[in-house]
Design a binder for this molecule. Sequence first.
Ligand code: ZN
Length: 204
Amino acid sequence: MENIKQTYYQNHKEQFKEYYQTHKEQIKIYLQTHKEQTKKSQKNRECNPKRIAYKIEYRQTHKKEHNKSEKKYNLTHRKQIKKYNNFYHLTHEKQIKEQQQFYRLINKEQRLEWHRNHILGSSKLNNGKKWIKCNKRNYPLDNACQLCGKTNTKLFYYHWDNEHLEFGIWICNKCHWITEGLDLPNYEQLKNKYLNFKEVINHV
Ligand SMILES: [Zn+2]
């Protein structure tokens, strides 16, 4: 039945258009004077499972057109969308939380990977800054520390230039402290002091 309707509509598209153009005013008046009836029939149409299935199929086969029209709609209906979203958030708090938890569970690995590649928090020594959506240097494929080669350990991203976060290396906790020390401005002074202390203590 649906198919017959569709082919009939396809074959008579032009006539439908022409009819709409010539009867625009009458249609407008009818819609205004029969608001309740049109609302009901619209609701019935929206809830029709066949219509929903067709909509899903159309979206999948016409992705480009759909995205284009969606973008256009979003641009011209910003206020309405914001109003509706706020209303929806207020009235569907529980469902939203449940959906978020479910989404987090099924996308755990992708979320972790994204976090690893694009979020960087610096230590308190570095003012405790946090960068979101930054691009770090690629994580090593062998999961090994890029200095000592240790595997089976958590790797940290060490960077030395806040303006260029892509300059950095993935290293283990121990090597992280070594690099932090090596990059201290008074590194040489501290190193000599430490070696002297060691020498004196060993010969007491
Ligand atoms: Zn290491």
